[in-house]
Design a protein around this ligand. Structure first.
Ligand code: 5FU
Length: 276
């Protein structure tokens, strides 16, 4: 069986990277492949939304640089919530610079991302040295990296040969690169003649997921959990505004209801997939 039909639990057993294993185990334990993206600018909103959705998710995705009243206590609260509700943390930092610079951006500054974020991601545009730079910080801490092989936005340049090169870069660093931000499964993509996929198992985390709208008027494009997980073989659905709405999650009951709804849809699609 390919990773398309394997259970999260069986994939967890075989994964060499600690962060990948932890995520797969969390998904299985909580029966949730839902990641909530919490893109709000006030600590209070950020922490309230996470406390409400916590029971229904495997992963919280952050953009810590948009929190305008940020201080490091937000991270401590986030870590407490991660323990309380049993979820992993993914800072969607989208690193894109030379190895030396990304190592500094990852380890240092105000946010010290490597110290608390189990997963982060990078654009493959600088080439393999971006992985070397980030791995020098992240590997000793047991972290995992996702490469942006594709994007959800209209007109994205991350297609074709670029996507294939991203997968080749990942294949060359299996200890640290655990998968992709992408819109579909990537097993075997970009293999050259004579190469085989072996037992590679990339995790596919997919943004651009929404049940009620097709886009946001700023280039975002939404597909349903069923399209993403069952039809395209992705592993984790990433949902932001579909869950916390237009009012920064002011109504906790509404946020909870949406989180339950997306968890249910994502899990149903997965169960159909492994039965295929
Ligand atoms: F890499 C990507 C991508 O291709 N599309 C995205 O939408 C990342 N994202 C992120 O997922 C984006 O930065 C938001 O944080 C989130 C989607 O939020 P939404 O409210 O569900 O549209």
């Amino acid at each position: 069986a390919t990773s398309f039909t394997q259970t999260y639990a069986s994939r967890a057993e075989k994964h060499a990277n600690q962060a990948a294993r932890a995520l797969l185990e969390t998904i299985e334990r909580k029966r949730s492949n839902l990641c909530v993206s919490v893109d709000v600018t006030k600590q209070a909103d950020f922490l309230r939304i996470i406390d409400v959705v916590g029971p229904y998710i495997c992963l919280v995705k952050t953009h810590v640089d948009v929190i305008e009243d940020f201080d490091y206590s937000v991270i401590e609260r986030l870590q407490e919530l991660s323990t309380k509700h049993d979820f992993q943390i993914f800072e969607d930092r989208k690193f894109a610079d030379i190895g030396n610079t990304v190592a500094l951006q990852y380890s240092s500054g105000v946010h010290k991302i490597a110290h608390w974020s189990h997963l982060t991601n990078a654009h493959p545009v600088p080439g393999p040295s971006i992985i070397t730079g980030l791995a020098s910080v992240g590997l000793p801490l047991g972290r995992g990296l996702l490469l942006l092989a594709e994007m959800s936005t209209k007109g994205s340049l991350a297609t074709g040969a670029y996507t294939e090169e991203a997968v080749r870069m990942a294949r060359a660093s299996p200890d640290f690169v655990i998968g992709f931000i992408a819109q579909r499964r990537m097993d075997g993509v970009g293999l050259r003649e004579g190469e085989s996929a072996g037992d590679e198992d990339f995790l596919i985390l997919t943004p651009g997921v929404g049940l009620d709208t097709k886009g946001d008027g700023m280039g975002q494009q939404y597909r349903t959990p069923r399209q993403v997980v069952l039809e395209s073989g992705c592993d984790v659905i990433i949902v932001g505004r579909g869950i916390y709405g237009k009012d920064n999650g002011a109504n906790p009951d509404a946020v909870r209801a949406q989180a339950e709804r997306y968890r249910e849809e994502g899990w149903k699609a997965y169960q159909e997939r492994i039965a295929a």
